[in-house]
Design a protein around this ligand. Structure first.
Ligand SMILES: [Zn+2]
Length: 124
């Protein structure tokens, strides 16, 4: 790899550049604009558009720029959707009780009352 400060070819294992003394950081870090111009490795740039979608550009000195678009997952929307789903399930259960279980129960009670009154009429 090359030193981002002096652009000399250096060993990746070293902590400091032997030519200029610049500290070598192999982990991901934010480059200044000046460093970005000098740097010839792979850089990743992130920006978000007006729709809230994240866009990452991989800038590779060897084969140019690659773009990756990441659709933002909006947790507020997803929790709103799950709330709607729960509401629909509850509404389904309530409408089942109201339109099926309740009429069946009323009809059952009605038949029971009719049968009971007929039987009590014949018993005298
Ligand atoms: Zn250097």
């Amino acid at each position: 790899m090359k030193c981002i400060n002096c652009n000399q070819e250096i060993d990746e294992a070293v902590d400091k550049c032997p030519y200029c003394g610049n500290e070598i950081q192999n982990s991901v870090r934010v480059l200044t604009n000046e460093e970005k111009i000098k740097y010839d490795g792979v850089t990743i740039e992130s920006e978000s558009n007006e729709e809230g979608n994240q866009s990452y550009s991989f800038n590779d000195a060897m084969d140019g720029q690659h773009h990756i678009f990441v659709k933002n997952v909006n947790f507020r929307t997803s929790s709103w959707t799950s709330r709607l789903l729960i509401f629909l399930i509850i509404a389904g259960i309530l409408s089942f009780l109201l339109f099926i279980a309740l009429p069946v129960a009323l009809v059952g009670i009605g038949i029971g009352v009719i049968v009971w009154s007929i039987l009590s009429f014949f018993k005298g």
